[in-house]
Design a protein around this ligand. Structure first.
Ligand code: AMP
Length: 402
């Protein structure tokens, strides 16, 4: 079965065509500057040169048509016919409190995605455009929505409810949802599978540390906690997001700087985090590490603060699960920055967690980086959200056929 995975942003559309017989990526690519002058499609097929198409894409519909044209192109394509694409899986940011798992798209699903525009204003409209563009260009091909919020829907009310008046929950569904859900689901399941964690010993903490960062705790794949909230702003210090701040900070900046709440939230999302703590040096952890080595105090503060919040969260999650069987690192920093992993895990030496320095230096594959006598097993597992989306798509399309 060939599954096309679509991740539509406001002015971009990423895709991967995956052959699910062996889970190999047949082709992938990116449409940029949709709705803006200078639109461009870059189509990549393993072992071939990139194929670049510079053509107007006034909307996602035209972008999708160009993607399909590239996929069947006699020279650069990978399938003979559009009908060789059996199903499409869409990454959708917010499913609100309606959807606890992935679902085959119909009119009701589209209605809920639309109702969640408020909760995911940057992503949900684009995600819906991606679905409608596939419906227009590939009539009859099933579309599956895979929600980033599904994982967090598994939490108990005492973990997901905000302690604010009930009417805001009942009227507006204001609660903690959590994000990076596709990654947390995939990596926690892979940890159990790869580590062969026996039943009853499947308490897993996943540290998804990238430009956006979140940590989850789960037992046998069911979420117990996750650090993001109603939006991805809650939780850890991130690349450009502040993470947790006292809401009074928002009021104070509004009052003293004459800014609107929207403006302050944009600052907290885009101009904060390690970028702000480093004195606007960079949100990229490689730049910060280089600057820290050269003695830059602000870069050191940014990295220390990032680590502090990661450590605090891991410690809290160990406490709420009455222990932990495995801790797994993933995403840009989690997969590539062995020094960061070492510094974080060394805080848990008192629990008997020990890393093997040689294994901790390996990159690009699933690996157990703890020593055999470590009390908790520690892994690096590269996240693969596209594959997770494709797997859900196959499962749901096959269930629908049965
Ligand atoms: P992601 O959002 O998962 O794509 O991760 C992006 C982040 O990963 C950026 O802040 C990068 O600086 C960081 N990153 C990527 N490679 C490395 C590396 N080798 N060392 C430290 N950080 C890295």
């Amino acid at each position: 079965m060939n599954v096309l995975v679509i991740n539509a942003g406001s002015s971009s559309l990423k895709y991967q065509l995956i052959n699910m017989d062996d889970e190999s990526v047949v082709a992938k690519g990116l449409c940029e500057r949709i709705g803006i002058e200078g639109s461009k499609l870059t189509h990549k097929v393993p072992g071939k040169e990139d194929y670049v198409v510079e053509e107007a894409m006034p909307s996602h519909k035209e972008a999708m048509a160009l993607v399909l044209k590239a996929l069947v192109d006699p020279e650069h394509g990978v399938v003979a016919n559009i009908n060789d694409i059996d199903a499409v899986g869409h990454r959708v940011l917010h499913g609100g409190s309606t959807y606890t798992q992935s679902i085959v798209v119909d009119d009701d699903v589209k209605k809920v995605i639309r109702e969640c525009f408020d909760l995911g204003p940057l992503h949900n409209p684009a995600n819906l455009m991606g679905i409608e563009a596939c419906e227009a260009n590939m009539p009859g091909t099933p579309n599956v929505a895979v929600f980033d919020t599904s994982f967090g829907m598994g939490m108990e009310p005492y973990a997901y409810r905000y302690a604010i008046p009930e009417e805001y929950y009942t009227k507006y569904h204001l609660r903690r949802y959590g994000f990076h859900g596709t990654s947390h689901t995939f990596v926690s399941r892979e940890t159990i599978k790869f580590g062969q964690l026996p039943e009853g010993h499947q308490r897993v903490i996943v540290c998804h540390l990238g430009n956006g960062s979140s940590i989850s705790a789960s037992v046998a794949g069911k979420a117990v906690e996750t650090s993001m909230g109603l939006t991805p702003l809650e939780g850890l210090v991130m690349g450009t997001r502040s993470g947790d701040v006292d809401p009074a900070v928002v009021q104070y900046i509004c009052d003293h700087e004459g800014k609107s709440v929207d403006e302050v939230l944009t600052i907290l999302n885009k101009k904060s985090g390690v970028l702000a703590l480093s004195g606007n040096l960079s949100s990229d952890f490689r730049d910060l590490r280089d600057a820290e080595i050269k003695g830059d105090e602000k870069a050191k503060l940014a990295l220390d603060s990032f680590r502090h919040h990661v450590i605090k969260t891991i410690g809290g999650y160990i406490a709420v699960m009455n222990g932990v069987d495995a801790i797994t690192f993933t995403a840009g920093i989690g997969e590539n920055d062995g020094d960061m992993r070492e510094k974080i895990m060394s805080h848990f030496a008192y629990l008997g967690i020990k890393l093997d320095p040689e294994k901790n230096a390996v990159r690009g594959k699933n690996i157990e980086i703890s020593t055999p006598d470590s009390t908790v097993r520690v892994f690096v597992i590269p996240t693969n959200e596209e594959l997770a989306i494709a797997r859900d798509t196959v499962r749901l399309v096959e269930e629908a056929k049965a």
